[in-house]
Design a protein around this ligand. Structure first.
Ligand code: ZN
Length: 135
Protein backbone atom coordinates (compact mmCIF):
# COMPACT_ATOMS: atom_id res chain seq x y z
CA UNK A 1 0.00 0.00 0.00
CA UNK A 2 1.38 3.38 -1.01
CA UNK A 3 1.40 6.19 1.57
CA UNK A 4 -1.46 8.64 1.04
CA UNK A 5 0.89 11.56 0.39
CA UNK A 6 -0.53 14.10 -2.01
CA UNK A 7 1.47 15.03 -5.06
CA UNK A 8 1.64 18.26 -6.99
CA UNK A 9 -0.81 18.31 -9.87
CA UNK A 10 0.96 18.54 -13.21
CA UNK A 11 -0.84 20.98 -15.52
CA UNK A 12 0.66 19.37 -18.61
CA UNK A 13 -0.60 15.84 -18.13
CA UNK A 14 -3.90 13.98 -18.28
CA UNK A 15 -5.60 12.54 -15.20
CA UNK A 16 -8.62 10.32 -14.66
CA UNK A 17 -11.68 12.37 -13.68
CA UNK A 18 -12.93 12.06 -10.07
CA UNK A 19 -16.53 12.03 -11.38
CA UNK A 20 -16.63 8.19 -11.50
CA UNK A 21 -17.81 8.19 -15.13
CA UNK A 22 -14.37 7.09 -16.24
CA UNK A 23 -13.84 10.52 -17.73
CA UNK A 24 -10.49 11.89 -18.72
CA UNK A 25 -9.22 15.20 -17.33
CA UNK A 26 -7.24 17.13 -19.92
CA UNK A 27 -5.44 20.44 -19.29
CA UNK A 28 -7.19 23.45 -20.80
CA UNK A 29 -4.63 25.48 -22.74
CA UNK A 30 -3.31 28.68 -21.10
CA UNK A 31 -5.29 28.13 -17.88
CA UNK A 32 -4.73 26.36 -14.58
CA UNK A 33 -7.78 24.25 -15.20
CA UNK A 34 -8.75 20.80 -16.40
CA UNK A 35 -11.80 19.74 -18.39
CA UNK A 36 -13.48 16.34 -18.32
CA UNK A 37 -14.58 14.67 -21.56
CA UNK A 38 -17.47 12.83 -19.87
CA UNK A 39 -19.13 15.01 -17.24
CA UNK A 40 -18.23 18.34 -18.94
CA UNK A 41 -17.12 19.79 -15.60
CA UNK A 42 -14.26 22.22 -15.18
CA UNK A 43 -11.73 21.61 -12.42
CA UNK A 44 -9.19 24.14 -11.20
CA UNK A 45 -5.95 23.64 -9.29
CA UNK A 46 -5.66 25.78 -6.16
CA UNK A 47 -2.69 27.99 -5.26
CA UNK A 48 -0.82 25.17 -3.50
CA UNK A 49 -0.88 23.16 -6.71
CA UNK A 50 -2.00 20.08 -4.80
CA UNK A 51 -5.75 20.41 -4.57
CA UNK A 52 -8.15 20.02 -7.48
CA UNK A 53 -11.43 21.89 -7.01
CA UNK A 54 -14.61 21.46 -9.00
CA UNK A 55 -15.75 24.71 -10.56
CA UNK A 56 -19.49 24.64 -10.02
CA UNK A 57 -22.08 27.09 -8.82
CA UNK A 58 -24.66 24.43 -8.00
CA UNK A 59 -23.01 23.23 -4.80
CA UNK A 60 -23.04 25.18 -1.52
CA UNK A 61 -19.57 23.83 -0.78
CA UNK A 62 -16.63 23.13 -3.03
CA UNK A 63 -15.79 19.57 -3.90
CA UNK A 64 -12.03 19.05 -3.86
CA UNK A 65 -9.56 16.23 -4.25
CA UNK A 66 -5.89 15.49 -3.70
CA UNK A 67 -3.84 13.34 -6.08
CA UNK A 68 -1.78 10.61 -4.40
CA UNK A 69 -0.12 9.45 -7.62
CA UNK A 70 -2.72 6.77 -8.31
CA UNK A 71 -6.14 8.18 -7.53
CA UNK A 72 -8.06 11.18 -6.23
CA UNK A 73 -8.84 11.40 -2.54
CA UNK A 74 -11.44 13.83 -1.14
CA UNK A 75 -9.57 16.85 0.24
CA UNK A 76 -12.19 18.02 2.70
CA UNK A 77 -13.45 14.68 3.97
CA UNK A 78 -16.13 14.98 6.61
CA UNK A 79 -16.99 18.61 5.93
CA UNK A 80 -20.06 17.77 3.86
CA UNK A 81 -21.38 15.28 6.39
CA UNK A 82 -20.98 17.64 9.34
CA UNK A 83 -22.68 20.54 7.58
CA UNK A 84 -26.24 19.18 7.68
CA UNK A 85 -26.43 18.41 11.45
CA UNK A 86 -24.85 21.79 12.24
CA UNK A 87 -27.38 23.65 10.09
CA UNK A 88 -30.27 21.72 11.62
CA UNK A 89 -28.91 22.36 15.12
CA UNK A 90 -28.71 26.12 14.51
CA UNK A 91 -32.26 26.07 13.16
CA UNK A 92 -33.50 24.23 16.26
CA UNK A 93 -31.74 26.62 18.65
CA UNK A 94 -33.20 29.60 16.79
CA UNK A 95 -36.68 28.07 17.09
CA UNK A 96 -36.27 27.44 20.83
CA UNK A 97 -35.08 31.00 21.47
CA UNK A 98 -37.43 32.87 19.16
CA UNK A 99 -40.69 30.94 19.39
CA UNK A 100 -41.52 31.91 23.02
CA UNK A 101 -40.70 35.53 22.18
CA UNK A 102 -42.99 35.39 19.16
CA UNK A 103 -45.82 33.77 21.15
CA UNK A 104 -45.49 36.37 23.92
CA UNK A 105 -45.82 39.14 21.37
CA UNK A 106 -48.97 37.55 19.93
CA UNK A 107 -51.33 40.01 21.64
CA UNK A 108 -49.71 43.00 20.04
CA UNK A 109 -50.26 43.91 16.40
CA UNK A 110 -46.67 43.04 15.53
CA UNK A 111 -47.11 39.48 16.82
CA UNK A 112 -48.14 37.93 13.50
CA UNK A 113 -45.31 39.68 11.66
CA UNK A 114 -42.86 38.40 14.24
CA UNK A 115 -44.13 34.81 13.99
CA UNK A 116 -43.95 34.86 10.19
CA UNK A 117 -40.45 36.31 10.38
CA UNK A 118 -39.31 33.66 12.84
CA UNK A 119 -40.80 30.85 10.75
CA UNK A 120 -39.09 32.17 7.60
CA UNK A 121 -35.77 32.51 9.46
CA UNK A 122 -36.05 28.99 10.81
CA UNK A 123 -37.42 27.19 7.75
CA UNK A 124 -35.44 28.82 4.94
CA UNK A 125 -31.95 27.63 6.00
CA UNK A 126 -33.29 24.11 6.57
CA UNK A 127 -34.95 24.12 3.14
CA UNK A 128 -31.77 25.37 1.48
CA UNK A 129 -29.73 22.61 3.10
CA UNK A 130 -32.30 19.98 2.13
CA UNK A 131 -32.39 21.19 -1.48
CA UNK A 132 -28.60 21.19 -1.62
CA UNK A 133 -28.51 17.59 -0.43
CA UNK A 134 -31.18 16.38 -2.87
CA UNK A 135 -28.68 16.36 -5.73
ZN1 ZN B 1 -15.73 13.79 -15.28
Amino acid sequence: MQPQKSQKIDLTQDYPCPCRRRGRLSPIALTEAFGCNRCQQIFVVDETGQVLEQLSGSYPYKRAWRWNGHQWNPAHAGLGESYLPVALGITLIMLIIWLPLALNAKSSSSGIVLIVGVLLLAVLPALMVLLAYRR
